[in-house]
Ligand binder design. Structure first.
Ligand SMILES: Nc1ncnc2c1ncn2[C@@H]1O[C@H](COP(=O)(O)OP(=O)(O)OP(=O)(O)O)[C@@H](O)[C@H]1O
Length: 258
């Protein structure tokens, strides 16, 4: 089998003095589309941030494209779509400028040749070509999310990491994202996507990794929708909080569905 795009072994992350990830192992191979699932607070965003070197790892080892974290060559191949525009996004940057920023990374402080055409093409792909000059903070939440996706796409990434791309997004826009991921996968890219529900992504997802209390509790076939609330494990896809810290509380949980 080809060498993994992501190779994380025994990853621990501690934030604010609290253990958030505990001994996470994750290997993702070229061309895989992997969904990262789990309740609110189970550690999904922290895991992708650790994989990308955005939060420090307190134990374990992470490699991207075979290189240790911090290797620029590897990072240049990644497109990352965070959950929302970072704080400070009130600066009056246009959608086009935000997308162009995706082409500035590593030591590259100048835009490459053809940058504007590439940025406009990326905005067009997410259906925002006509909003290119609009200040991004004047766009709707869903449109801002699309701008962030365009910012990742403009890099032509070999690894695309999406943090809940469909939360608060209408169904037609979700389909735009799914089509984009499908196109990247067809081109050989690898995709890791945090989701609360497989939803429109379901046809693309061959593997699901479920986190609970910062540990991987499932790595394999995606749960079928009708199983989401069945069984004791209930490590499902909805936006419920992670119920109790590990090692405390009762081992039996009961859910009452209205
Ligand atoms: N910078 C931080 N300092 C302290 N605790 C943090 C920090 N960032 C995240 N956490 C905590 O880590 C836990 C996991 O958060 P994380 O955002 O990774 O979960 P998640 O599974 O992505 O949740 P959601 O589905 O709500 O986005 C939460 O309890 C959160 O409060």
């Amino acid at each position: 089998m080809s060498s993994p795009v992501i190779d994380a072994r025994g990853v621990d992350v501690t934030l604010g003095g609290h253990p958030i990830l505990r001994g996470v192992d994750l290997r993702v191979h070229p061309g895989e589309v992997v969904a990262l699932l789990g309740a609110n607070g189970s550690g999904k965003s922290t895991l992708v941030r650790a994989l990308l070197g955005i939060v420090p790892v307190s134990a374990g080892d992470v490699r991207l494209f075979g290189a240790p974290l911090g290797s620029r060559g590897a990072h240049d191949r990644v497109g990352y779509v965070p959950q929302r525009l970072p704080a400070g996004a009130g600066v009056p940057a246009s959608a086009l400028e935000v997308v162009l920023a995706g082409l500035l990374h590593g030591r590259r402080l100048r835009l490459p040749r053809g940058a504007h055409a590439r940025a406009l093409a990326a905005l067009d792909e997410v259906g925002l070509a006509d909003r290119a000059r609009r200040p991004v903070h004047e766009l709707s939440g869903g449109q801002q999310q699309r701008v962030l996706i365009a910012r990742a796409l403009v890099r032509d990434p070999d690894l695309l990491v999406l943090d809940e791309p469909t939360s608060g997004i209408d169904l037609p826009t979700q389909q735009t994202f799914v089509d984009t991921v499908e196109r990247l996968r067809t081109g050989g890219a690898t995709v890791v996507v945090i989701l609360h529900e497989l939803g429109a992504f379901a046809p693309l997802i061959g593997r699901a990794v479920v986190l609970r209390h910062g540990r991987v509790v499932h790595d394999g076939a995606p749960p079928r929708p009708r199983d989401e609330h069945a069984g004791a494990h209930h490590d499902h896809l909805h936006a419920h909080p992670d119920p109790e810290p590990p090692g405390t509380g009762p081992s039996l949980s009961v859910e009452v569905t209205p």
